[in-house]
Design a protein around this ligand. Structure first.
Ligand SMILES: [Fe+2]
Length: 380
């Protein structure tokens, strides 16, 4: 039974000097009552177990002096039945029978002492004082433990609530950051009629490839979140070039090629990991494995892995969706076309890893399919 009382109630319980005397013989009850009262105790008398239960229900007692043999319910039965309900009440058994078996049985039940009739006043007072001292120590210990448990419980709950709040805030922050990035990327792509679905497919292809390639889950998350910004530099490309339906002249191609550099300039210089990755992807997603890409003609592993991943994802999405200059190719056709450029345009190992997951690729392709003919972008 947990006490969990406030401090004044705990103190009152510790200071309690009220004793319940239960004996069917009136002279014994009176004698014990007299002895205890003359030593400063408050006493309540009960002639049998039934009356004792009533008194115990009315107010708390520090101690019960209980006769063993009484008509009806015996003292032993009474103590056995109520000891759990009144853990703050000490018990001393009183009996006319000096038996070690009985004494041990009483102690086993939780009694603090055992007095044999006839008794001397000193003997009773020593036993009562000892029982009350032990009760006080046990009670103090128990209250201290329960107070401590209560403090721990309260603090644990507060900590859990704080952690849950922190988790929720982090999640909201992460989601809002991702959504902001996606919306910015969509805004940039809108200039040349790209769709939100292109952004989604591109970022999921990138994540899939990064994961299958064995990058850490943290890195995969960063690549997924950062890759939508790969073409953000197109906001610096003039409309007459960006929106031109026909083939680019060499001069126009030079202009549109600058979107990689412009994207890098927009995104670089931040301490945020996500913007560092985004800047790297924007700068390197048109580099080629054989060194014939742009803007820096980086070659092989000199191209950061996120750039090599984005190059594959971007090209695959361009081939498998409709553009102003071509229809959407089937996935198999796109695989054939890209495989021809394995080791030239694309990192051969990454390309193998990507095409080893065709089922996952198809799932992304279908899940984020273009919903209108607006899905036509010129690939640059
Ligand atoms: Fe691009």
């Amino acid at each position: 039974m947990t006490l969990l009382l406030d401090q004044s109630a705990q103190q009152a319980l510790l200071e309690l000097k009220r004793v319940l005397i239960i004996d069917d013989e009136e002279p014994i009850r009176r004698l014990l009552g007299y002895m205890l009262q003359t030593h400063g105790y408050e006493t309540v008398l009960a002639s049998d177990a039934r009356e004792a239960r009533t008194r115990l229900g009315e107010q708390p007692f520090a101690l019960m002096l209980c006769d063993v043999n009484m008509p009806g319910e015996s003292g032993m039965e009474l103590v056995r039945n109520i000891v759990g309900q009144h853990p703050h009440t000490a018990v001393i058994m009183v009996t006319g029978l000096d038996s070690s078996v009985l004494a041990n049985a009483a102690l086993d039940m939780g009694a603090f002492g055992y007095i044999v009739k006839p008794f001397e006043s000193n003997e009773v007072m020593i036993d009562v004082a000892n029982a009350l001292r032990r009760r006080r120590l046990e009670l103090e210990n128990r209250l201290h433990r329960e107070n401590l448990e209560d403090v721990v419980r309260t603090r644990t709950m507060a900590l859990q609530q704080a952690l849950e709040w922190l988790e929720r805030s982090e999640k909201e922050l992460r989601l809002s950051r991702e959504e902001t990035i996606q919306r910015l990327a969509i805004a940039a792509e809108y200039r040349d009629s790209a769709t939100a679905q292109h952004i989604q497919r591109m970022s999921h292809y990138c994540e899939l490839l990064a994961r299958k390639y064995g990058l850490s889950s943290e890195r995969c998350d960063l690549i997924r979140t950062a890759s939508p910004m790969h073409d953000i530099g197109k906001i610096g490309t003039p409309d007459h070039v960006l929106l031109k339906p026909g083939k680019f002249t060499p001069e126009e191609f030079t202009v549109i090629s600058q979107h990689a550099e412009i994207g890098y300039r927009i995104l670089s210089g931040s301490d945020a990991e996500i913007l560092k990755v985004a800047a790297s992807i924007a700068w390197t997603h048109h580099e080629r494995w054989d060194g014939n890409g742009y803007p820096r003609k980086l070659k092989g592993e000199a191209i950061p892995v996120e750039g090599r991943i984005a190059a594959i994802a971007d090209a695959f999405d361009a081939l498998t969706t409709q553009r102003v200059y071509k229809p959407a190719f089937s996935l198999d056709h796109a695989v054939d076309l890209m495989t021809k450029h394995r080791g030239e345009h694309f990192d051969p190992e990454l390309l193998d890893v990507f095409f080893a997951s065709l089922n996952d690729i198809k799932h992304i392709h279908d899940q984020y399919a273009d919903q209108s003919p607006r899905g036509m972008i010129r690939e640059a």
